[in-house]
Design a protein around this ligand. Structure first.
Ligand code: PBG
Length: 329
């Protein structure tokens, strides 16, 4: 049947136009979510050495970058707060302070740029002195105590105008509890993006340095983040979170976990998001800065791999760069 020389597959690759007509996967700006960091020093934009070319914005500066993202066609942003050390505590009370940095940022962005999706993490790590995503007692992360707090955090975020809350702490049962808490306050329209499959990964290191939760890289989240040797466990996590009321599922990190994305998208009729996390971006950027590879081309190829695996949306620090290129291509 398909034998050489009557069949020559290279004919399909012979020019750009035929490659475009036969391409199986495409990437559009509709697929991208831009993660952004916010701090409370009004009027300043601070470079982030851990993530070259990525910056941390004051609330006002955030508005202009989000307007730019919107103009490029980016539909949603994920905003992460960098919290002052003085506001961190053992019980993470600042997480549900309605006037905290992220609530102020969400509220301000929502009024200034109304038609962009705003996603915020529900997790305690930016607010705890020890950097864990949960309440630490007797050397253990307390699941149910943590849930009580993240529910309050989710409500504070919803009140501030957040469209989508994203629990990223991997506590058991938090999706159902957060859904109930939101519904009890009439936030039926606030959706939940569950980080259902969050692996215990070294690729988060730059992010942790930025939000100040790294504790010199010694922090061990393996009692709640998933063991990266497991696939079936990921399926159980997704099943449970869908049953508890998740609207969207996140898998994270991205590139080292394309098999998990592929398995999940094949198995669930559900939108699966993926996160190209800080360490993934940092590796590509560092290699590009050393002129070992081409940044734009490598990022594009990496994001196509997420689409091949079936991801519907991708969080990537490169979203602005990619959106700019997609428009000019
Ligand atoms: C917070 C959170 C983390 C990331 C997103 N939300 C860090 C962590 O869980 O330690 C990592 C994102 C990245 O590395 O870009 N729970």
């Amino acid at each position: 049947m398909f034998t050489f020389p009557s069949t020559r597959l290279r004919r399909r690759r012979s020019s750009q136009w035929i490659r475009n007509l036969t391409s199986e996967i495409s990437l559009s700006v509709n697929d991208l979510v831009l993660p952004l960091f916010v701090h409370n020093n009004e009027g300043t934009i601070i470079p982030i050495p851990e993530l070259p070319d990525i910056k941390c914005y004051s609330i006002n500066a955030l508005i202009s970058i989000i307007k730019e993202a919107k103009a490029l066609g980016i539909n949603a942003v994920g905003i992460f707060p960098v919290i002052d050390e003085t506001l961190k505590s053992e019980n993470a009370a600042e997480a549900y302070n309605p006037d905290n940095l992220i609530c102020k940022a969400v509220h301000t962005v929502k009024s200034a740029v109304p038609d962009i999706g705003i996603i915020a993490d529900v997790a305690l790590d930016p607010y705890t002195t020890h950097g864990h995503d949960g309440i630490l007692q007797d050397n253990q992360i307390k699941n149910d105590k943590t849930i009580l707090i993240v529910c309050k955090q989710a409500i504070a975020l919803a009140k501030a105008g957040c469209d989508m809350v994203a629990p990223s702490d991997m506590m058991d049962g938090r999706i159902g509890k957060i859904r109930n808490a939101l519904d009890s306050q009439n936030f039926h329209d606030v959706s939940i993006l569950s980080y259902a499959v969050k692996y215990c990964s070294s690729f988060y290191a730059p992010f942790r340095k930025i939000v100040g939760s790294s504790q010199d890289h010694n922090i061990d989240k393996s009692s709640y983040h998933m063991d990266y040797r497991n696939i079936r466990e990921a399926i159980s996590e997704i099943e449970m979170d869908i049953n508890e009321g998740a609207d969207f599922i996140m898998i994270k990190p991205g590139m080292p976990y394309l098999d998990i994305i592929k398995t999940a998208t094949g198995r669930f009729n559900f939108p699966i998001f993926a996160y190209q996390v800080s360490g993934e971006y940092a590796m590509i950027k560092a290699a590009a800065n050393s002129r070992l590879l081409n940044y734009d081309k490598t990022i594009y190829e990496s994001l196509i791999s997420f689409k091949r695996a079936g991801a519907s949306a991708i969080f990537t620090y490169a979203a602005l760069d990619v959106a700019r290129n997609l428009i000019t291509v």
